[in-house]
Design a protein around this ligand. Structure first.
Ligand SMILES: [Zn+2]
Length: 176
């Protein structure tokens, strides 16, 4: 396995659409392993292939429930009900943003063995799935955020909310 360089906002590759994977070969399996290693090293909860400069449709996610690797993930159902949560991104180090997404999504994808998997998710896992799949379509959260905050503004908000409520899970962003 090897660490790969994470592309940063402003890199035109992040705005491009990734191609579907038609064959799960050694190259793709190595890519997924490298993406997982890179994500853990950067302490993120998700990473999409374009973030390491490869325009292929695959993502890795670990929201604390174990590593998952998804190939050609597609959102096939989304709840009408939405929620607005804070998001961060390993490719967008300077900002966090409030992003509105469905409360619940159903995703179909292939696993590493090429088997079809169906995932129903909400909460942090749902947020990571939506965020990573956006990357595959060349969308990063500042493109769709209701409101952006600089890291500085975010730190101030965190301090205020800690002073007021103690630790508030809801105000935490995770880098994806
Ligand atoms: Zn991201």
């Amino acid at each position: 396995m090897a660490l790969r360089n994470i592309r940063i906002q402003g890199d035109e590759l992040l705005g491009k659409k990734s191609r579907e994977i038609t064959e799960i070969n050694e190259r793709i399996l190595t890519l997924l392993d490298d993406m997982a290693e890179t994500m853990y090293k950067a302490e993120g909860v998700g990473l999409a292939a374009p973030q390491v400069g490869v325009l292929r449709r695959c993502v890795v996610i670990d929201v604390g429930e174990g590593l998952i690797k998804l190939i050609n993930p597609v959102i096939v159902e989304r709840s009408e009900e939405t929620e607005t949560k804070l998001e961060g991104c390993l490719s967008v180090p300077d900002y966090v943003g409030w992003v509105t997404r469905p409360c619940h999504v159903k995703v179909e994808a292939l696993n590493e063995k090429g088997e079809k998997v169906t995932i129903e998710a909400e909460g942090l896992y749902k947020k990571a799935l939506c965020h990573e799949i956006d990357h595959l379509d060349g969308v990063i959260f500042p493109d769709i955020a209701d409101r952006l905050m600089t890291q500085e503004e975010y730190e101030e908000l965190l301090e205020k909310s800690r002073a007021k409520n103690g630790e508030d899970e809801d105000e935490e962003e995770d880098d994806e």
